[in-house]
Write a protein that binds this ligand. Structure first.
Ligand code: AMP
Length: 480
């Protein structure tokens, strides 16, 4: 069901901002959630990033906050009235940007705080007073402790991507933050799935919530055309060239399973003439934002990324997603291909399947509950195949799939690849890659997710064992 924003009787400044965004009609989550949030009721929404859920909660919240709008310069006249919590910096940044766009013709102020950045500029913004505060939990607690953020006038709280916040182990931080808020408030919880943990969280913090579910968990967008092509490790880059060319695709995300593979694949593709950048956990926050920006501006055509680094990225209209590696966890397949075909646009998802991927593909089949056909890809010109001379001593796999070593840097350590023959030894070994990966002693402060990891308390008993392992691993080997 879609309908027009004009049915909502949004206040003129908000309607004008929406019109400027060029949205023609509401997405299903917007059509269902906006009228409910406008009534002030609690909402439990099952919707993934890419469904338009940011507008679904921010537009009605802004509308309800308009009664507080004022042009006073006194910070006291601009207390935090709405708090939006998200698991990662990029998500927080994206949501804050959208909120600012929707609020641009109002006098309501908004800002964002997240870790890994200097606290001072954030403190200055907070001290000036903001009605809408978008934050990641760890950094928000820092600001609360420093008395930069006072939350006793919060009327609305949004727990966005709540499942991921629990996955990361943010439950204790969330509980602390929620304890600072007035009991009388509206709480909105959005999650890709309604797991038992999410239901427990909702049971504790939401009052008679209205449940809104627009896409069943793990359902892949029907606008995404999915193909699984058989390709040996040596043929995978050639397959990417072929699909890009035959489909006339301008930009794409390419997913790999390891940080090492990510950097090396990006280098190889770049050398082959494709404007490519890598996004993985060893990149600094600044480098990531630059990479994202370059992709958004069209200065870069291919973004090679790992699952953790790409989580929740909202880049509109990515025409295609490639799974250079079949993901170890079938759920990641759904997350990955969710980057394309968003908000009604059509998209292409291509998964390159090598001989040893059968079990991983079977897992995806099971999750999607449909048969996957592995197709043969026709090549119409000779392209560089697997091994390239990288200008150093040895010839080796361009993809970084140095036999058995790529996974040492895997960003998803919870499950190992199931087939030992996944990367059959084919090239001379470089001793560097025979060493287990270790974070250098002088490594810069933990990567961002580690910095945002809950600073206090134990990992929640609500978190599944698999997630616990992932959380613990992240503590030692911080990744994106
Ligand atoms: P979100 O799920 O909130 O991350 O939104 C995903 C993307 O969809 C964002 O880039 C929005 O700008 C865009 N979007 C949100 N609402 C609409 C709409 N009604 N029509 C088209 N695009 C939208």
């Amino acid at each position: 069901m879609t309908s027009s924003f004009s049915n909502l009787s949004l206040a003129e400044p908000l309607a004008r901002a929406v019109a400027e965004m060029g949205y023609e009609s509401m997405t299903p989550i917007q059509a269902q959630a906006i009228p409910v949030v406008l009534t002030g009721k609690d909402v439990m929404g099952a919707a993934q990033t890419g469904t338009g859920k940011t507008a679904a909660f921010s537009l009605p919240l802004l509308q309800r906050l308009l009664k507080h709008e004022n042009s006073s310069t006194s910070p006291a006249r601009h207390p935090v009235r709405a708090l939006v919590l998200l698991p990662t910096r990029e998500l927080a940044d994206q949501v804050a940007q959208q909120v600012a766009l929707y609020a641009k013709y109002t006098k309501l102020r908004s800002t964002v705080v997240f870790g890994g950045m200097d606290m001072k500029p954030q403190t200055l913004e907070l001290k000036k007073g903001v009605e809408v505060l978008v934050a990641t939990p760890g950094r928000l607690l820092d600001h609360i402790e420093a008395k930069n953020a006072v939350l006793n006038q919060v009327e609305y709280v949004v727990l966005d991507e709540a499942d991921r916040m629990l996955d990361i182990g943010f439950l204790p931080d969330l509980q602390r933050i929620l304890s600072y808020l007035p009991k009388q408030r509206t709480t909105l919880l959005f999650s890709a799935t309604f797991s038992p943990e999410i239901k427990r969280l909702a049971g504790s913090y939401l009052q008679d919530p209205i449940t809104i579910e627009v896409a069943r968990p793990n359902e892949t967008a029907s606008t995404v055309e999915q193909h699984f092509y058989s390709a040996s490790d040596d043929d995978k880059r050639r397959a990417i060239h072929q699909v890009l060319k035959s489909r006339g695709i301008k930009q794409a995300f390419i997913f790999v399973n390891s940080k090492l593979g990510c950097a090396r694949l990006a280098r190889s593709l770049e050398r082959e003439g494709l404007k490519t950048t890598a996004l993985h956990g060893d990149k600094s926050q600044d480098e990531r934002l630059k990479a994202l920006d370059a992709f958004k501006q069209g200065a870069v055509d291919l973004l090679v990324c790992t699952d953790v680094a790409a989580r929740g990225l909202d880049i509109k209209d990515v025409p295609a997603v490639f799974n250079f590696d079949v993901p170890f966890n079938a759920e990641d397949y759904v997350h990955r291909i969710g980057r394309t075909g968003r908000a009604g646009a059509s998209g292409l998802a291509v998964t390159l399947v090598s001989g040893s991927d059968a079990r991983l593909v079977a897992d995806i089949e099971k999750l999607l509950k449909k048969k996957i056909e592995i197709e043969a890809l026709e090549y119409d010109e000779d392209r560089p195949r697997g091994r390239i001379n990288d200008g150093r001593r040895h010839w080796r796999d361009a993809e970084g799939a140095e036999p058995g070593q790529g996974d040492a840097r895997s960003e998803r350590p919870a499950r190992a690849p199931r087939s030992p023959s996944r990367h059959a030894p084919t090239a001379p070994r470089d001793p560097f890659f025979d060493q287990p990966y270790e974070t250098p002693a002088d490594a810069p402060k933990p990567s961002w997710e580690a910095a945002e990891r809950p600073s206090t308390g134990r990992v929640s008993p609500n978190i599944k064992p698999k997630r616990k392992v992932a959380a613990l691993f992240k503590a030692q080997d911080p990744v994106a």
